[in-house]
Each structure stands twice: as structure tokens, then as C-alpha cells.
Design a protein around this ligand. Structure first.
Ligand code: URA
Length: 433
């Protein structure tokens, strides 16, 4: 078999066999296929798509590209959540501790920023000392003792996805339904959790721009998970505006801590309560409403915040940053973005907001780029808010003042101010169970 022939077949819109997909993923994993051929096939898949059968075979090949977590080592029922990626999406930092505070194991493998979206691992690395790589023994021991561990993708689990994820990020092949479904579900099946809640984002800041496409992706992933014997739910959430007010790594950790303290932005808190409610419900803690109520109580009592602190401490992070978030290193410079006119904030192209944050140094443009953890944006106005001419829309943070001009241009170009207040949009569009 030659990868050349497989690329040509997909380029011409034909269906790949299981053997061809297995050959591809084996070659990605053992390094025998060069990056340029992997990238060419990713682009062919991007344009031609895949059938459900091909997507399932790709998912299983990604899952089987490494070891499967030996779940018999872990105590009790295990629940996980995964987002398809958004801007300002720091939900894992809130929902994982909420769920773990009820004695349910959350053995979480998370990703780094992808395209214009942020990643949980980059956010956690904003906490000094936090180790996002643990050995399997350490990971299992931590989940069994405190109920929560969050690590980056390791070489043992779904290693093919690690390679594909990094290449997709730099070859504009992220927003493809079969590639997203196989990436997420390949990892989730390797982690072998009992219950999985998917946060499928929809809108300008997500990889699926319409509710219909997001629903299709959600249904595909739920079916793959159910086919593998998992309890599944997928929540379709609004990403036509950033979630919360903070975009950028340490800024988002601070907002997550405020939310666990009961002082979070309304939209972000609501998405967290919904996700945690479904996670708790799938894990046997009653109906969704009961799960949601438990989630609210874990915030109110401070139990969820204590669980995050315990986790940060267990993974070597400086817990004082969580207890007193004002200790996070601040960016050297800040810059106020002002509105040129009065009116209502009618729409925000959220992907561009993510790109503005990247331009400030909060994310990577190439796989080798270093992140400035303190860089990012705090939104002062969001869609639907009244704005007066000269009023601040957002504050930008960076260690280099020369980065502000470009980020400001992107942000202003992505923000529409008009005379009429836009109609309210739903925060949660649908739930696929
Ligand atoms: N998250 C993933 O893990 N993979 C994707 O492809 C998109 C979001």
C-alpha cells in the first residue's frame, strides 16, 4: 500500500477502506509517513469529507494507535467532558472540580489551543509549577485519591491524534466534521470513561458555524460513543460570542476561579451548570435538574473551588494563585479599545476575537511558538450591550506594546455597532442524548 494512492483516492472523492485508514494511522503513529503526505491527506479529507463508516474506522484507528487506559485501576464511575473548541471556553476548569466534588472520578485528558481556540492545558500551564504530564501511575493514583486529574495528551494514549492535531492546527484543516469527531472520540474512547458529555459549540467562534452542522457533529459523536458502550450526551452551546469576559490563559483561569466562587459571568456560569448537571446525571446522581442543582450547590458551598485547589496542589501548581488570583503575573502593558460610535453591540465575529488574542501572544501561530500566559482580552461589552462613542469595548493585555495595533484592528473589524438592540440568542440550542 502507498499513501500516494490513498491521497489520490480521497482527493477524487472515493471512500477509503478500513485497511487504508489503518495503514494511514499506523504510518502517522510510527513516523513512517512524512508530514507533507499526512497534511495532503488531511486536506483531501477536509474537502471531500468522509462517510459515517470511514469516520468510525478513523476513530477506532486513532483510539488503537496507543494504549487504552486500564480503567480497572480507577475507582468508581468515571465521567468526562470535551468541548469542540471555542473562545473564552474555560468550562473544564469549573465543571471538572464540581463533578469531582461529589466523589465521581474525572480522569481528564485535555488539549492545547487549536486554531483560534484556546486549550485547557495551556490555561493550566499558566499556573506556576502545574504539571500537565503525569505518568500513568501518578495519574491513576491522583484520580483514586482526590477524584480529579487533568493532563495533556501523552504519548501512550491516542498518539496519532497528537500528531494529527498539531498538523491540522497549522494546515487550516481543523474545521472538518470527520477530523473533529475522530480526534475527540478517538481520545475519549482511549481514556475509556463510562460517561461522556460533549460541549458542541456553534457559531462564529466555533469550528461548526451553523446549528445544523453542530447538531450533525453532535449526533455523529454521540452515535460513535454509544456504539462503544458509553453513556453519552451532547449539549449544543452558543459560540457566536466569547464565553464569559476573559480570553487568554491566566485571565481565563482567574475567571474560572471567580465562577467557582459564585461571582462568574452569567453566560459562562449557565453553560458550566448545564454541562455539570448532565455529567452528574449520567453518573447516576438523578435527573438533569437534580444534577444542575447539585452543581449550583457545589459552587455555593465552596466544595468545587476546594477541589480545584486540591488538584492544583496535587499536580505541583502554586495553589496560592487559586486562593488569591491577584497574584497571577500581570502583562506589562494594557490598552483600552474604544468604540468610535454610539449604539448597540450587534454582533461579534468570535473567531476574530480569538485571532486578536493570538495576535497578543496568548496562543500559537506555529507549533513551536511560546505562549505569553498573561496576554489576552477582557471584554467590557458583549453582544446586546449599549455602547457610547468613546466608551471602552475591551482591554487588551500583552508584554509588548507594539502588538496592540494589530489586535485592536482585528477586534474593531470584528465588532459591529448598530442602532438597534439585536434579538437575544439562546445560550443552549439543543441537547442530544
Ligand atoms: N478538540 C479536539 O480534541 N479535537 C478537535 O479536532 C477539535 C477540538
Amino acid at each position: 500500500m502507498r499513501l500516494y494512492d490513498i491521497i489520490k483516492k480521497k482527493r477524487d472523492g472515493e471512500e477509503l477502506s478500513k485497511e487504508e485508514i489503518d495503514f494511514f494511522i499506523r504510518g502517522v503513529t510510527d513516523g513512517s509517513i512524512p508530514d507533507y503526505q499526512i497534511s495532503a491527506l488531511l486536506m483531501a479529507i477536509y474537502f471531500q469529507g468522509m462517510t459515517v463508516r470511514e469516520t468510525c474506522d478513523l476513530t477506532y484507528a486513532v483510539r488503537d494507535s496507543g494504549e487504552k487506559l486500564d480503567s480497572s485501576q480507577l475507582r468508581g464511575i468515571r465521567v468526562d467532558k470535551h468541548s469542540t473548541g471555542g473562545v473564552g471556553d474555560k468550562t473544564s476548569l469549573v465543571v471538572a472540580p464540581i463533578v469531582a466534588s461529589y466523589g465521581i472520578s474525572v480522569a481528564k485528558m485535555s488539549g492545547r489551543g487549536l486554531g483560534h481556540t484556546g486549550g485547557t492545558i495551556d490555561k493550566l500551564e499558566a499556573i506556576d509549577g502545574f504539571r500537565t504530564t503525569l505518568s500513568e501511575e501518578e495519574f491513576v493514583a491522583q484520580v483514586n485519591s482526590i477524584g480529579l486529574a487533568i493532563v495533556g495528551q501523552s504519548k501512550q494514549f491516542a498518539p496519532a491524534d497528537k500528531k494529527l492535531y498539531a498538523l491540522r492546527d497549522v494546515t487550516a484543516t481543523v474545521d472538518s466534521m470527520p477530523l473533529i469527531a475522530s480526534s475527540i472520540m478517538g481520545k475519549k474512547l482511549a481514556a475509556d470513561d463510562d460517561c461522556i458529555v460533549l460541549d458542541v459549540k456553534t457559531g462564529s467562534g466555533s469550528f461548526m458555524k451553523t446549528v445544523e452542522k453542530s447538531r450533525e457533529l453532535a449526533r455523529l459523536m454521540v452515535d460513535i460513543g454509544k456504539g462503544a458502550g458509553k453513556k453519552m450526551a451532547a449539549i449544543i452551546t452558543n459560540m457566536d460570542r466569547p464565553l464569559g469576559r476573559a480570553i487568554g490563559n491566566s485571565l481565563e483561569v482567574i475567571e474560572a476561579v471567580e465562577t467557582l466562587g459564585g461571582r462568574g459571568p452569567e453566560d459562562f456560569t449557565e453553560v458550566c451548570l448545564t454541562l455539570a448537571g448532565y455529567m452528574l446525571s449520567l453518573a447516576g446522581k438523578g435527573t438533569f435538574e437534580e444534577g444542575r442543582d447539585l452543581a449550583r450547590r457545589a459552587i455555593g458551598s465552596g466544595a468545587a473551588l476546594e477541589k480545584l485547589i486540591e488538584t492544583v496542589k496535587a499536580q505541583g501548581g502554586d495553589e496560592r494563585l487559586i486562593r488569591e488570583p491577584e497574584r497571577f503575573r500581570k502583562a506589562k502593558f494594557s490598552h483600552a479599545v474604544l468604540s468610535a460610535k454610539s449604539g448597540y453591540l450587534v454582533s461579534a465575529d468570535t473567531e476574530k476575537y480569538g485571532l486578536a488574542s493570538l495576535a497578543l501572544g496568548a496562543g500559537r501561530n506555529t507549533a513551536e511558538d511560546e505562549i505569553d500566559y498573561a496576554a489576552g482580552i477582557i471584554l467590557k461589552k458583549k453582544t446586546g450591550d449599549r455602547v457610547e462613542a468613546g466608551e471602552e469595548i475591551a482591554t487588551l493585555y500583552a508584554d509588548r506594546e507594539d502588538l496592540f495595533a494589530e489586535a485592536e484592528k482585528i477586534l474593531l473589524g470584528a465588532t459591529e455597532i448598530g442602532p438597534d438592540r439585536p434579538a437575544d440568542e439562546p445560550l443552549i440550542y439543543d441537547v442530544i442524548e
